[in-house]
Design a protein around this ligand. Structure first.
Ligand code: BJW
Ligand code: ZN
Length: 295
């Protein structure tokens, strides 16, 4: 990926965090205290612990919150993009039809920002999950490509990819990783205008990708919903679908989301702190040690 720094070049994310800031709310009454790795205690239920075995089918569903600790702004909330920008000016097909330059300026700014940052400990933990669980996929609403850069391969991108460009005339799609595009709006070889390869409000999600996401959600045994407000349809339905089909649903978020009521267990805290703790617990399972012994 030309122009994008690799994971290993990122010195900004220490392995252990000095000041643990996690407050955990565990809704399942049958929970055990497990202290894992680093300095930070993370507690989760014995039910969740029992599912952290390679044969469990796992889906990790992610939203903007997992990238927040890398420096990618979220959409909603105090410092969210929608506080500063209007959705209808930037993230609808109508906005692009009427003001392509304005829309591209915004995407160009975001591409440049994302090109300068790196996956964080949360992304890296999700990449460890993929190596541990034999049936695993990431279903992400994020367009930033940070799961790819963290090393995940099985990724279903519901809202497209900010690094993809698509011709509005001939339909050609290609990846373009240049952080700064030379002329905006960029043009296709056919002369048509290129648009960002993302899904805007009012547009249909890529049907095959969404179908695969629903199938994976319906058949998994453990479903993590990480860093999403679960306010955007149809992605917001997935935690409920997972629960209806028998999965154990775990939310990881700094606050309860609209989908928290679908979760069996809510782990309140930063994804970049909770997910690495879970990943360390997997390593304990691999080596046969008990995570509780790490105290
Ligand atoms: C942390 C953390 C940390 C922070 N650790 N956690 C009325 C009018 C018109 C349309 C509609 C309508 N009502 C419903 C609709 C449909 C519409 C919709 O849902 N609108 C609602 C907003 C009302 N949906 C659509 O139009 C979709 N298409 C559609 O429905 O087509 C029909 C269809 C039907 C059935 C099947 C298939 C299709 C398309 C939606 C496209 C969304 N596009 C965007 C932009 C993508 C491109 C880009 O990036 O520019 O996608 S909008 C934006 O929201 C982006 C995100 O992917 C998406 C979800 O946001 P997300 O990820 O949840 O982020 P936030 O910011 O909301 O939340 C962050 C969370 O992280 C918070 O909870 C924090 O607490 C947490 N957090 N730091 C852990 N460190
Ligand atoms: Zn074209």
């Amino acid at each position: 990926m030309a122009g994008i720094p690799s994971v290993s070049s990122d010195p900004g994310h220490p392995r252990c965090l000095d000041k643990p800031s996690i407050a955990l709310l565990v809704l399942n009454p049958f929970w055990s205290a497990n202290l894992v790795g680093c300095a930070m205690p993370v507690q989760f239920s014995s039910k969740l612990q029992s599912l952290l075995i390679p044969s469990t089918r796992v889906v990790v569903f992610t939203g903007a919150g997992i990238s927040a600790e890398s420096g990618v702004p979220t959409f909603r909330g105090q410092n969210g993009l929608w506080k500063e920008f209007r959705v209808e000016d930037l993230a609808t097909p109508q906005a692009f039809a009427e003001h392509p330059q304005r829309v591209w300026d915004w995407y160009s700014w975001r591409r440049e920002l994302i090109s300068r940052i790196a996956p964080n400990l949360g992304h890296l933990a999700v990449a460890k999950f993929e190596r541990f669980f034999s049936d695993f996929c990431v279903v992400t609403q994020n367009v930033d490509g940070l799961h790819n850069r963290a090393g995940n391969e099985r990724i279903l991108k519901l809202h497209g990819d900010i690094w993809e460009v698509r011709c509005v005339s001939c339909g050609l799609r290609r990846m373009d990783f240049q952080p700064v595009l030379l002329s905006l709006p960029p043009r296709c070889e056919c002369g048509g205008m290129l648009r960002p390869g993302v899904v805007w409000f009012g547009e249909t999600l890529p049907v095959d990708v969404f179908e695969q996401a629903v199938r994976a959600t319906q058949s998994c045994g453990l479903f993590f919903s990480v860093g999403t407000s679960a306010q955007v349809f149809p992605a917001s339905e997935l935690p409920g679908v997972a629960r209806q089909h028998g999965a154990y649903v775990v939310e990881v978020n700094i606050e309860r989301s609209a989908a928290a009521s679908e979760a069996h267990e809510v782990l309140l805290g930063k994804a970049g702190e909770i997910l690495p703790a879970l990943a360390e617990s997997l390593q304990g399972a691999m080596s046969g040690s008990t995570p509780g012994n790490n105290v």
